[in-house]
Design a protein around this ligand. Structure first.
Ligand SMILES: [Zn+2]
Length: 134
C-alpha cells in the first residue's frame, strides 16, 4: 500500500449497482469520474494505478473496461494509469436456512437444504477498491 492509496466504503457500489445494465463505456466514465474526484481530493497530481473489483456476474467484460478506461481517462489526471481488475466470485446466502455458499450459478440450490433463489452476497459488484498516485 502506497501513501496515495485510498479505500472506499460501499458508496460507489451503490452508485454502480444502479448502472448495472449500462455499457462498459458508461461504467468506465463513472470509475474515472470517481477516481479523478478522489485523486484531486487527496491532492494527487496524477493517478498511476486503479484497482477495481468486478463480480463474475456483473455483466462487465474486463477487456472492454480496460479499453474504455484508456480512452475515458485520456484527458484527466488518471491518463495512462494502469487499470488492475480483480475478479470477485459469486457468494450467496440461502433465504431458507441462512447457509452461505459459493453457487455455481445465480440459480443454484442451497447445498444444505436444497432451497432455490439464494440471496446474492457478492459477484455482481463493480467497485473501485483503491488507487495509487503521486
Ligand atoms: Zn438452505
Amino acid at each position: 500500500m502506497s501513501a496515495g492509496e485510498v479505500r472506499f466504503s460501499g458508496d460507489l457500489e451503490a452508485i454502480c449497482e444502479g448502472k448495472r445494465d449500462m455499457h462498459e463505456l458508461a461504467l468506465t466514465q463513472g470509475i474515472v469520474d470517481l477516481v479523478t474526484q478522489v485523486g484531486r481530493h487527496e491532492g494527487l497530481h496524477r493517478v498511476t494505478r486503479v484497482v477495481v473489483e468486478v463480480g463474475v456476474a456483473a455483466a462487465v467484460v474486463p477487456d472492454a473496461l480496460t479499453f474504455c478506461f484508456d480512452i475515458v481517462a485520456a484527458d484527466t489526471i488518471a491518463s495512462g494509469a494502469e487499470l488492475a481488475i480483480e475478479t470477485v466470485e459469486l457468494r450467496a446466502a440461502c433465504r431458507a436456512c441462512g447457509a452461505e455458499f459459493e453457487p455455481a450459478s445465480l440459480v443454484s440450490a442451497c447445498p444444505d437444504c436444497g432451497a432455490y433463489g439464494p440471496r446474492l452476497l457478492s459477484g455482481r459488484e463493480l467497485r473501485v477498491k483503491s488507487l495509487d498516485g503521486e
